[in-house]
Design a protein around this ligand. Sequence first.
Ligand SMILES: [Mn+2]
Length: 278
Amino acid sequence: MKLPLDMEYIVIGDVHGCIDELKTLLAKQGFFPNREGLLQITPENQDKSIILLGDFIDKGSEEKLRETIDFIYRNYHHLNQNSQHLYLVLGNHEEMVYRYITDDPTLNITPKSIQSKEKYYNTVALLEKDILMKEQFLELYEACHPFLYYSYNKDFSLTLTHAPCPEKYLREEDEYSRKQMIKCVSRSKKPRMKLDELIAYTHTEAKDNQHYHIFGHLSQPDIRHYKNRICIDTSAIYAGRLSCVVVNKDKIDFDSVPFENKQQASTQYDSKLFDFEN
Ligand SMILES: [Mn+2]
């Protein structure tokens, strides 16, 4: 999926139900809601588009997850009526919740998976009791892209995916590549291994050019940037910050807002990415 070049893009990392922080960040970037919560297109922001980089659900409180899905659903329709102003990238949480609520036959249901459904995929319980919201989520899921690509010129491009992934799978259309762009190997199986060892390709394949790969998924204390690899998941739901990359022609810039304490923060940090002397 190629993004039009005549727009500015606000690419926002893992929201995980941080709807208040999302609204604050969008307001900072020039998008203000009307009384119905619909973001207004104005002469100032009509050339800007919003991209959510996956994992907008789970981990947040049920009330905030409800608000988040409702806000994204209504604005997806509202902002995209004439031209597209809101894009969604698929995260592993959307993928997993989709599999649970559609009774994916390839999901192996065990006591452990039921536990993780309750613990890590808490949107499932909400969608199972709210049919309307389930329909809205399914529609948003269908609208999610495994990756987005912005190619400004021969020296500047961006590939946007939820998770980091080896170069050879980037922008490929086959099912295996699609999975790699949504989720990378998890530290939960190797808790003592540092991220930089576990997914060494994030730095070994990095290059000193402006063909950027921007991803989220790995909750980090701040934006992690090494050569042409940038992680923008700055741990909003872990009482960190919600961050974005702003892409304007062949320039990138960053912005973020702090967790607002309007819900209980989750606990757990990934290990730090690009944690070496360079
Ligand atoms: Mn993720």
